[in-house]
Design a protein around this ligand. Sequence first.
Ligand code: GLY
Length: 363
Amino acid sequence: MNKSIEVNSSQSHYQCNVGQDIFTEEVHRILDRAQSSNCFILIDENVERLHGDLISQSFDEADLETYMMTVPQGEASKSVSFWNSCVNFLLENGVRRNSPVFVIGGGVTGDVGGFAAATALRGVPLIHVPTTILSMVDSSVGGKTGVNHSVGKNLIGAFYQPEAVIADISFLKTLPRNEWTNGLSEILKYGAIRQSTIFDQAEIFLSEDIRQIDEQKLIDLISESIQIKADIVQEDEFEGGIRAYLNFGHTFAHALEKSCDYKKISHGEAVYLGMLAAIELSRNLGAQITADPILKYRSLYRYRVSKEELSLNDLMDHMKFDKKRTNEHIRFVLLKEWQHPFLEEVQSAKAIRQAWSYALDNL
Ligand code: GLY
């Protein structure tokens, strides 16, 4: 059974529809409503290669001019120069205030494409079509859009809510295995900070071939995760408070990604180790928890970087440039107990180093 989650924000109210083979129907519904004579597609190059025919056919069936631009794979597309190319593409092809812009792909495509939609004509209708688990359960919901700067990741951007999110699990079937675990980390994060039942539901990832997961269970898990994210961002749209809990494990993760030059470790792989570090730091501050609900999934992660290749000093240094850092000390999302997160400016470098050691021992 398909699921629909409603998200209310100051800019718009939108539905995140989750299901199997829902793409074409959803596109037609949105185009019918938009009453526009043209529409735009920004699409990840791999998704275009694997699903381009189905996507083109869905738009061909609608009677309007469609313009499509490919977003090259990789973090390099999350740049000011590529954002500029996207805006050129929209403006030079006559985007109007009511022209729907479909952004089809994973986190990179969603972030840069979303930012282009947020900024062209000061905002045109954005429809996120996330095609990875990570972008379905996290980046397509809540309105964060943006690109990187040489000083750090995600430093330029805007909060810009989509008009709709289409999460069609049919796109997941062609994902490489590591993309599944990439998304699993953000799902486990929801279990850690908010809802223990997510840990039970996530056990479907422990099945022999994760790409054979029962479709209904996957739809349920993705929609539960989206619901958790929706509840949090509805309460704190602009990250003045509890939205920061969504960064559980991320302060460590961002330092890890930077240490690996954003190449040898993916965001989700880094978040997994980051959560282990955050759990250890929480324990150091008195939390009576074990890492077992997270550690149970360790065998699914296949790291391309070893402990010996990482320097604790570099990792500590990289943390200082994380956006979550306040004036004096590094601010972490920690747990009092499972599902009870809190923010803490940790002053003890020793405790942070110990947390790193614990996480890296699991590499
Ligand atoms: N990915 C964290 C957030 O949307 O706030």
